[in-house]
Design a protein around this ligand. Structure first.
Ligand SMILES: Nc1ncnc2c1ncn2[C@@H]1O[C@H](COP(=O)(O)OP(=O)(O)OP(=O)(O)O)[C@@H](O)[C@H]1O
Ligand SMILES: [Mg+2]
Length: 324
């Protein structure tokens, strides 16, 4: 059975401006801003939460599938995902649209001016779990069109399919009722510290009430690692040591992938957490959320070196399926 990743699929267009925005913004002319920055570099990266998670799951030997809507510019991206072992048969192209696109211009002081165009993502609610040929073992509900996220929660409830609720940055776009519905009955809730506070504030639920509603809760703590609340215990998981920090984009997604691959293989809680930490460290070491790479043997070797216990992580090697 497969893990179905739902969520945004996007291209990230990242530009750098060799100056300071503040030198060009005239405070007494704010009524009529008209600016164009000649940038010195631009890269286009594959991004979006669903394929980011699926990409690392595939590296770890899982056979993930992505369900999402994309635009006519998706062809090469699809081929890339397929070549890495991600099933894209549930990704639907919407005629006459662009894939969601994130445009970020960064100046010398690391200030950013960004825009996000949802494009084909606005049609995500057209896809339904009811239409899937096979029942997934887990549905990952990551940031997406808010209507689609709510619909996926309801469909998981109706079909009794376990789901990982990952509202992330969309916490600010979902209503308190939506978040409460998503948390209630989730197989798991994944949030960073800040999002955990927001979920509490918006739903009025205490941490204990949240923990009671979900199978397990994972709060990621950046460089401090993560906390897992499961079966009446709290497990503190250390972060892995990155060899370098090039770009934090996608660390949260890589962590989720490492964790749920551990769960899929039936590994203990702390092992799952450490697998998440290590996957995140690999992601930190490259620019972009899908640029890291490792073999299973490398991953297992580094896991042992980093954490000094095997936690049965060897089963990763035994259960590897060749991609494709
Ligand atoms: N500086 C770091 N060094 C080592 N590991 C890190 C570092 N930052 C993050 N991580 C790893 O990544 C995991 C997720 O990080 P974090 O809590 O910052 O997620 P996030 O805020 O959701 O990130 P994202 O920017 O992807 O949304 C952490 O639990 C940790 O394992
Ligand atoms: Mg995040």
């Amino acid at each position: 059975m497969t893990i179905l990743c739902t969520g945004s699929v996007a291209f990230d267009y990242l530009m750098s401006f060799p100056g300071y925005f503040k030198d060009h913004i005239l405070p007494d002319r704010l009524e009529s801003i008209s600016l164009s920055f000649l940038v010195e570099s631009m890269i286009r990266q594959r991004g979006g939460n669903a394929p980011n998670i699926a990409y690392t799951l595939a590296l770890l030997g899982g056979r993930p599938s992505v369900m999402a809507t994309v635009g006519e510019d998706f062809g090469e991206y699809r081929a890339w995902l397929e070549s890495r072992g991600v099933d894209t048969s549930n990704i639907r192209e919407v005629r006459g649209t662009y894939t969601a696109s994130f445009f970020a211009n960064t100046d010398r002081a690391n200030n950013q001016i960004c825009s996000f165009f949802p494009g084909a993502m606005a049609f995500a609610a057209q896809l339904s779990l009811h239409d899937l040929p096979d029942r997934p073992e887990l549905v990952v509900i990551s940031p997406n069109d808010p209507g689609a996220m709510c619909q996926l929660v309801r469909e998981c409830h109706a079909l009794n399919i376990p789901y990982l609720y990952d509202p992330s940055q969309q916490v600010v776009r979902l209503s308190p009722d939506d978040i409460r519905e998503g948390v209630t009955g989730a197989d798991s809730l994944f949030v960073n510290e800040y999002e955990f506070e927001l979920v509490q504030k918006h739903t009025g639920m205490t941490p204990d009430q949240i923990i009671e509603q979900v199978g397990y809760l994972v709060v990621t703590l950046g460089a401090k690692g993560a906390a897992i609340y499961a079966e009446g215990h709290c497990y503190e998981v250390p972060a892995a040591t990155p060899r370098a920090i090039l770009d934090p984009t996608g660390v949260g997604d890589a962590f989720r992938a490492g964790f749920i691959r551990g769960r899929q293989l039936g590994l203990p809680w702390e092992t799952c957490g450490k697998m998440g930490s290590l996957a995140a460290a690999y992601c930190l070491e490259t620019r972009g959320p899908q640029e890291h790479s490792f073999t299973l043997a490398e991953f297992v070797g580094r896991y042992r070196q980093q954490f000094g216990d095997d936690g049965r992580v060897d089963v990763l090697l035994e259960n590897s399926l060749s991609p494709g």
